[in-house]
Design a protein around this ligand. Structure first.
Ligand code: NAD
Length: 493
């Protein structure tokens, strides 16, 4: 049977891209090719941007109360097809079914919040700002916005942005990751079914070059980027050079700090999900554990090792593991697997102890898949490359600190600042941690402190090279311009 070829969605219609360059989309759990996606050129991107620009005047003048009706319709459709899209997501990305379902829930949640745009987009008014003069702040849409998305959350990341952008009166172009384009293809079918006016939402498949074309296009007003820090920096530079707004969210190395008073039995369960869920490929995954005190260090090492040995490594779509809450699936590609293997070698060379080695794991019948079992390094010192590098796999490094100050110092010395959590029963330690740890998202006895859609999502330092975070009320600022009106009226006669 011929492999399915994906299409772009431009100006309300599906387009067969005329190109010789196609990327094979693989199921990372089996290595089998499931689709082919076109690598769109700058011209293809241009067509989508022009369609979005043409749709902007009409869409931005459509009352917000009418604009959100399309999103309510999409919400119904998404709820109808949620389970089926989650399956597509598992097939191309390799995360477990419960993880994919949770991702879909967060996508739906973002859509729900964006439906509140008639409230979120309200401005301000200052009556009598000066004598007989009123000041007013309007929040107006700007034009065409675009998203360049990463592979690890094929559904959720687009929903951090496009529903808000569209509800606020902008038009949009999404470029999914070339590694996982099938999920947004399915979502776009629903967007088409929801009947948005042509050009309001557009989908362009492609790789880095399509992302660059979006950044360079003069009709694009702003770009949201989510991916590695290196690419985030390039996008930030490109947007600054071409006079665009940007959000540039990058990589992470998230720490979990364990205080001596922590409830260890809960902590270990929590760590397993945080470190190995999504095969360690969440931007909020914990990959460095800092234990305060020798006894805590020994206890965590021993218990985490024991619990990690129990983790099931499998194809998440294997019916035998369907009922399992925690399944460690494959990493995204053979290239990612090679990089993780290299980093494990680096750790050994640096003198850390490889207490659990996941490199030789075999999943029977899935020999073409890209699996790595739970991997733990102990005796890790701050600054080792396995501690400072985003490995983006199920590899955990365990460090020891003498006190909370030292633990916070280890986090703050790092290049990244996405999330960090502390495990403690002490309000004093928790308060200090949330005020002093330089990260965007803090957890207290929570392994993955990813905020719900009503709250902002984003980090600091190399994890976010811009100021406005994703989702919720926060992102409405990115998609609207504050227009400040100063008005006075002379008396009649
Ligand atoms: P990546 O940087 O390789 O690619 C991300 C996207 O950018 C892809 O669509 C790719 O085609 C495009 N791209 C790559 N280089 C580009 C360039 N120079 N100009 C324009 N577009 C370009 O990232 P990835 O491997 O797909 O995703 C994993 C990374 O994303 C990890 O570092 C992870 O931490 C990060 N991430 C961060 C967050 C966050 O909230 N900070 C969320 C999810 C993922």
């Amino acid at each position: 049977m011929a492999t399915r070829r994906l299409r772009n969605y431009v100006n309300g219609g599906w387009i067969e891209v005329q190109t010789d360059e196609w990327i094979e989309v693989e199921n990372p759990a089996t290595g089998k090719v499931i689709a082919q996606a076109p690598l769109s050129t700058a011209e293809d991107v241009g067509r989508a941007v022009e369609a979005a620009a043409a749709a902007f005047p009409g869409w931005s003048r459509t009352p917000v109360s009418r604009r959100v009706q399309y999103l309510f319709r999409l919400l119904e459709l998404l709820r109808r097809d949620e389970a089926c899209i989650a399956r597509t997501l598992v097939e191309e990305m390799g995360k477990s079914v419960p993880d994919a379902e949770a991702e879909m829930k967060r996508a739906v949640e973002n859509l729900e919040i964006a439906c509140a745009m008639p409230v979120l987009q309200q401005g301000d008014k200052l009556v009598d700002a000066a004598a007989e003069i009123d000041g007013e702040v309007l929040r107006v849409p700007l034009g065409v916005f675009g998203l360049i998305a990463p592979f690890n959350f094929p559904a959720m990341v687009p929903f951090w942005f496009f529903p808000y952008a569209i509800a606020a009166g902008n038009t949009y172009v999404v470029k999914p990751s070339e590694l996982v384009p099938c999920t947004m293809q399915r979502v776009t079918e629903l967007i088409d079914e929801a009947g948005l006016p042509p050009g309001v939402f557009n989908l362009v498949n492609g790789d880095r070059r399509a992302g660059e074309a979006l950044v360079e296009h003069p009709l694009v007003k702003g770009v949201s980027f989510v991916g590695s820090s290196a690419a985030a920096r390039k996008v930030a530079e490109g947007c600054a050079r071409t006079g665009k707004r940007y959000q540039a969210m990058g990589g992470a190395k998230n720490h979990l700090v364990v205080m001596p008073d922590a409830k260890i039995e809960h902590v270990i369960r929590n760590m397993i999900t945080s470190c190995y869920g999504c095969a360690g490929q969440r931007c909020m995954a914990a990959s460095a554990i800092v234990c305060v005190g020798d006894a805590t260090y020994r206890q965590v090492c021993e218990q985490l090792l024991a619990a990690s040995r129990e983790v099931i490594v499998a194809d998440p779509l294997d019916p035998k593991v369907a009922g399992e809450a925690m399944v460690l699936g494959p990493v995204i590609s053979a290239k990612a697997q090679r990089f993780i293997h290299e980093m494990i070698e680096v750790g050994i060379e640096e003198g850390a102890t490889l207490a659990l080695d996941g490199r030789r794991v075999v999943v029977p019948g899935r020999e073409g898949g890209h699996y790595i079992g739970p991997t733990i390094f102990t005796d890790v010192r701050p600054g080792m490359r396995i501690h400072t590098t985003e490995i983006f796999g199920p590899v955990v490094v365990i460090l020891q600190a003498n006190d909370l100050d030292e633990a916070i110092g280890i986090i703050n010395d790092g290049a990244y600042g996405n999330g960090a959590s502390i495990y403690t029963q002490s309000g004093y330690y928790a308060r200090r941690f949330k005020l002093e740890a330089r990260v965007g998202m803090v957890g207290i006895n929570v392994g993955i402190p990813a905020p719900v859609a009503a709250l902002p999502f984003g980090g600091m330092k190399a994890s976010q090279l811009s100021d406005i975070k994703a989702q919720g009320r926060s992102v409405v600022r990115f998609f609207t311009d504050e227009r400040i009106v100063t008005e006075r009226y002379w008396p009649e006669g």
